[in-house]
Design a protein around this ligand. Structure first.
Ligand code: ADE
Length: 231
């Protein structure tokens, strides 16, 4: 990978990278600040997309068109959907879907984008492998490959968690991954999403999120650091 786009949604999720990027050049586009430079020996463009799918989509397309990156790694925190996942555990995306895409009155199943050729956006096998190996190093038995569900909603309800897990086979939920995944797929750019669990998307999610966002972001950073050392 010649040049990698590194995205986080919030300050907390990108600040450790910012401290470690050399020869930084800062460029602003669409209100998003991009940091171009070197992370260890890899050329990267780091950015904070902002929260939500539109921010993530715009950010991804700019990385591809303007910065001509040829892979995207998204790093950050998520709410756990799989019952085995604990706070601090890691999910590496195998694929992503939009849980808030719902045209069911027209007969389309939840998550299906009407008339598009696919609604399941598959991550790149080599990036999945590299991310999984890097994660296993620090978080042995706490790393799982699985489906990430995204929507413009902070989920904090047990029943919704069960629904998303059972109906859509989601392992964790967040608010950007599927947007990044879709834009990358549309442009044939390989990607992987790496998420550390800040909460269980239940009634305690708001409190847990506030408490664990720092630790979970640290975990995500550690994995990407390890991964880029090996790439
Ligand atoms: N990111 C972290 N926790 C989340 C949750 N419960 N819902 C949506 N996005 C999240």
């Amino acid at each position: 990978y010649r040049k990698i786009g590194l995205i986080g949604a919030m300050d907390e999720e990108i600040k450790r990278f910012l401290d470690h990027i050399d020869d930084v050049k800062t460029i602003e586009k669409a209100g998003i600040r991009f940091y171009e430079g070197f992370f260890y020996d890899t050329e990267v463009v780091l950015c904070k997309s902002g929260v939500g799918k539109v921010n993530a989509a715009v950010c991804s397309q700019i990385l591809i068109d303007h910065f001509e990156i040829n892979a995207v790694i998204f790093t950050g925190v998520a709410g756990a959907l799989h019952p085995d996942l604990q706070i601090g555990d890691i999910v590496i995306s195998t694929d992503c879907m939009h849980h808030d895409m719902d045209a069911s009155p027209l007969g389309f199943s939840r998550g299906t984008i009407p008339y598009d050729k696919t609604s399941i956006f598959k991550a790149d096998d080599d990036l999945i492998k590299a991310a999984f190996q890097a994660s296993e190093k620090s978080f042995h038995n706490r790393t799982r490959k699985g489906r990430i569900l995204s929507g413009d909603q902070f989920i904090a309800d047990r029943e919704v968690v069960q629904q998303l897990h059972k109906q859509m086979d989601g392992d964790c939920t967040e608010m950007e991954g599927a947007a990044v995944a879709q834009v990358c797929s549309m442009n044939e750019v390989p990607f992987v999403i790496i998420r550390s669990m800040s909460d269980k998307a239940d009634g305690s999610a708001d409190v847990n999120f506030a408490e664990f966002v720092v630790q979970a972001s640290q975990h995500s950073y550690q994995i990407v650091e390890q991964m880029l050392k090996n790439i």
